[in-house]
Ligand binder design. Structure first.
Ligand SMILES: [Cu+2]
Length: 147
């Protein structure tokens, strides 16, 4: 009886260890009414899985000051993406014509809303992330450096 109890404990410990290894690294990012991401630079390793938990901490209405978080593949022209996004309101400002340039993206969030996205960084490089809400990408920009 005692032995079985111990082996259950051991098994539980092993499972906890295994899930800790497999769990993605969580990165919390907020956006606000002054068009700023709280995190502008992230370092990561090739093959690493990240979970971005994105929160709009502002108070202005979604129609005027909505925010999303869009991670672009290395080499993508963020300005061109931002320009194309203007007409993609129905798709959370992710233009269908440039969908193949997107690694991960959240919904457009109104005040106090939260969304999260989990993704794997398969290759080394500099990945730019932006908010593609019209007029925001010039100010709302950051980089994930993957080595
Ligand atoms: Cu924004």
């Amino acid at each position: 009886m005692k032995t079985r109890f111990l082996s259950v404990l051991t098994l539980t410990g092993l499972l906890a260890a295994a899930s800790a290894v497999a769990a993605p690294r969580v990165i919390e990012i907020t956006a606000n009414d002054t068009m700023q991401f709280s995190v502008k630079s992230i370092d990561a390793k090739v093959g690493e899985e990240l979970k971005v938990v994105f929160t709009n901490v502002g108070t202005l209405p979604k129609e005027a000051m909505g925010h999303n978080w869009v991670l672009l593949k290395p080499g993508t022209d963020a300005n061109a993406f931002g320009a194309a996004a203007v007409t993609a309101k129905d798709n959370n400002y992710v233009p269908v014509s440039m969908k193949d340039k997107v690694v991960a993206s959240t919904k457009v969030l109104g005040p106090k809303q939260k969304d999260e996205v989990t993704f794997k960084l398969e290759a080394a490089g500099e990945y730019t992330y932006i908010c593609s809400f019209p007029g925001h990408f010039a100010a709302m920009k950051g980089t994930i450096k993957v080595k």
